[in-house]
Write a protein that binds this ligand. Structure first.
Ligand code: SF4
Length: 329
């Protein structure tokens, strides 16, 4: 049986004709989140859905996710399918979440031709094969943290959470076996206390394993354990974004890069023309599955935009180039 209700991001709700709101950038992916009356069983320190915080449970990051009857959401997807490139399901961790996800994937595939991605807690091979059989195209097992120590602090034992770094890595390896490399993702949140060197090292390590990294800027949300932590410095985020782009495209490698004593990137280890073409191209756009633009997930529309949900204007490009000291003339 399909789950009774499902959450959708407010921008998605507008695109599906379920809510009215002004869209500064239209989502090109429909973002769905499993619905539960209880809290998530996990306790990630940055997340409004976490078990032990006082956040508004209609939030994920800074985005509002109202809930609707599942059949209305399917109807909206049928109606809006031509303006969408993908459906992405965020799975909250609660007993029975996997059944809900399988039914959502099947429902979307019955009604549309859209590829479906899932962002989920670590699963075993049987569960992943079941999801692939239901029509899932891609899976993400979010590490979120750049190192095992940070993971332990924000998602693991020190956060009183159920997750273990090793289990996440094991699940990512299983996902590559089931879905093939290039169809497995992991999230990295920049700004949780890692150095740029640690962030870049993880991106390279995952890429070598067949896993692509989707980059997020830490966003403090009221009521979460990390509500008082500041977002990352924009310049540091830009460097990691550029490196992520270059590593993902196979244009640069961690071993050729240089870092200072504080772990800040000093050299990309490639011809400056390659870095410039990354900046002019897609490096600062939202990273994730094909067709994902996640508008304003990490930032207010007034900026600064950590992830651009669209092409940069030439004014924005020049501003970013100046910030990075890159000549784009
Ligand atoms: S598992 Fe996902 S939804 Fe649950 S607390 Fe962690 S980040 Fe939030």
């Amino acid at each position: 049986m399909s789950p009774r209700r499902v959450r959708v991001s407010i921008g998605t709700a507008a695109v599906l004709g379920l809510a009215e709101c002004r869209l500064d950038a239209r989502p090109t992916t429909a973002y769905l989140m499993t619905y539960t009356d209880s809290d998530c069983a996990a306790n990630c320190a940055f997340c409004p859905q976490a078990r032990e915080n006082s956040s508004n449970k209609t939030l994920l990051s800074r985005v509002f996710w109202p809930d609707f009857p599942t059949e209305e959401v399917f109807k909206g997807l049928r109606w809006a399918t031509g303006s969408l490139e993908r459906v992405c399901i965020q799975a909250i961790n609660y007993p029975g979440f996997l059944d809900d996800v399988v039914h959502l994937v099947k429902g979307v595939k019955e009604d549309t031709n859209l590829p479906v991605s899932l962002d989920a807690p670590p699963l075993g091979i049987r569960e992943m094969e079941m999801l692939k059989g239901a029509g899932l195209e891609r899976i993400s097992v979010p590490l979120d943290a750049a190192t095992p120590e940070i993971f332990e602090r924000v998602k693991g034992r020190l956060a009183d959470g159920p997750y273990r770094w090793e289990k996440h890595i094991e699940a990512l390896k299983t996902a590559v076996e089931v879905f093939d490399s290039g169809r497995v993702m992991s999230n990295l949140i920049v700004g949780l206390g890692e150095t740029e060197r640690e962030a870049v090292n993880l991106i390279q390590w995952l890429r070598d394993m067949g896993v692509q990294t989707a980059l997020f800027a830490f966003t403090p949300v009221p009521g979460t354990a990390l509500a008082d932590l500041s977002p990352p410095h924009l310049e540091a985020y830009r460097r990691v974004q550029l490196v992520r782009h270059l590593i993902t495209k196979g244009l640069a490698h961690f071993k050729d890069m240089e870092f200072d004593g504080a772990g800040r990137l000093k050299s990309f280890g490639v011809d400056p023309g390659i870095v410039k073409s990354g900046l002019v191209g897609e490096a600062l756009r939202t990273s994730g599955c094909p067709g994902c633009n996640r508008p304003y997930y990490n930032e207010r529309p007034s900026g600064p935009l950590y992830n651009y949900p669209r092409m940069l204007t030439s004014e924005e490009l020049h501003k970013e180039a100046m910030l990075m000291g890159i000549d784009v003339e």
